[in-house]
Design a protein around this ligand. Structure first.
Ligand SMILES: [Zn+2]
Ligand SMILES: [Zn+2]
Length: 369
């Protein structure tokens, strides 16, 4: 049987549940599902899932991470930053949002640096041509004084005596329901397995310091809205030389004033005078890089489209570009000069009422009945 991965569901509490409610719910469910007392066939599995849920929801820090990212594993949180989606306002243009910088690092469950996530907003033109965007953000970077070791130059890095270098310790807790054994990060070395003596004065032994970083992000031509670019090594540095995270930048393409993207193609609108529509000809339409010429066939109808080859977005796969698809809006002048009116009347008389006669009607006309 598959278990719910929703920790709140597992514990049977609401998302707003207080710490006390979570504790009570855990005790009640633990009594029900404990493998020693429950004869349910997958009691052990249920009990494990319950413990996992409680471990996360009982820890305010882990709970916050879980609420924001749907996981309590800090290494997975970079990809699911909360700022994606939603509409654009002008105020959002060129702004950058970062997740992953809040929280108490001393209590981080793993010595590895986390991925960080950010966002850049580009115009459709920039998305077509490719661009470079500068991002400024704060991150924990490797300490330059100790090169990330956390030890004062000349100091020593030794194996942690508490966890013997594993970075993890087992703790047994006796409770009314029995003894619970859990494995967690070693507090002495913060999970790194090493201790430093004396610690680096710049980073106090963490091996990393908070810096304001400027990163240049290359946005490739043809980039789609929502694409995530990874900048290796520009997330959080790891604790005392542990592996660091990456910076993951989501590209948002702001909507264009007149053009609308559909895959590699762009869609635009053109106003075409009814005479041009009738006779056909060349018109000028707004393309992404400025005015482009489009051919309109004689007899084009309102709502028809004409394509301008190669004036769309560059193809991400393969070469060349998509097309500019122009939607025709036929316009009729509101006012006519005397001469224009006379010509129009002649034309109108020549065309008749514009009603196309059916074969049946034509035969009837011919027969004169
Ligand atoms: Zn240092
Ligand atoms: Zn340790």
């Amino acid at each position: 049987m598959a278990h719910s991965t929703d920790y709140y569901e597992t514990l049977g509490v609401s998302r707003e549940a207080s710490a006390e409610e979570i504790k009570k719910a855990f005790r009640r469910r633990a009594r029900e599902t404990h493998p020693d007392t429950s004869d349910h066939e997958d009691a052990e599995e249920r009990f494990k899932a319950l413990n996992e849920a409680y471990e996360v929801l009982a820890d305010p820090q882990k709970r916050e991470t879980y609420d924001r990212f749907g996981t309590a594993d800090p290494r997975q949180t970079g990809f699911s930053g909360g700022s994606a989606g939603g509409g654009f306002g002008m105020g959002d243009l060129f702004s950058v949002f970062f997740d992953g910088m809040s929280g108490n690092f001393a209590r981080q469950a793993s010595p590895e640096g986390r991925d960080m996530s950010g966002q850049v907003v580009v115009t459709l033109l920039e998305a077509a041509d490719g661009t470079e965007k500068e991002i400024r953000y704060n991150r924990l970077a490797e300490c330059g004084t100790c090169d990330g070791t956390g030890a004062e130059p000349g100091g020593q890095v030794t194996m942690c005596p508490r966890c013997h270098g594993t970075g993890q310790v087992r703790t047994a807790r006796r409770t009314i329901m029995g003894t619970f054994e859990s494995v967690g990060p070693c507090e002495r070395c913060e999970g790194t397995g090493q201790v430093v003596d004396p610690p680096c004065p710049t980073c106090q032994g963490d091996g990393r310091v908070r810096v304001t970083e400027t990163v240049e992000v290359k946005v490739p031509p043809g980039v789609m809205d929502g694409v995530q670019l990874r900048v290796p090594g520009k997330g959080e540095a790891g604790l005392r030389g542990a592996s660091g995270g990456d910076l993951i930048v989501q590209v948002r393409v702001a909507p264009h004033e007149t053009l609308h993207r559909d895959g590699d193609d762009l869609h635009g609108q053109a106003r075409v005078l009814f005479t041009v529509a009738a006779l056909g000809g060349e018109i000028t339409v707004d393309g992404l890089h400025g005015p482009v010429a489009a051919k309109v066939p004689a007899g084009v109808a309102n709502g028809d489209t004409v394509s301008v080859k190669g004036e769309g977005m560059p193809r991400l796969r393969g070469s060349g570009s998509g097309d500019l698809i122009v939607h025709i809006n036929i316009i009729v002048p509101k006012k006519l000069t005397k001469d224009q009116r006379r010509l129009m009347e002649e034309l109108s008389a020549s065309l008749g009422d514009g009603h196309e006669h059916s074969a049946f009607e034509r035969i009837r006309d011919w027969l004169g009945v």
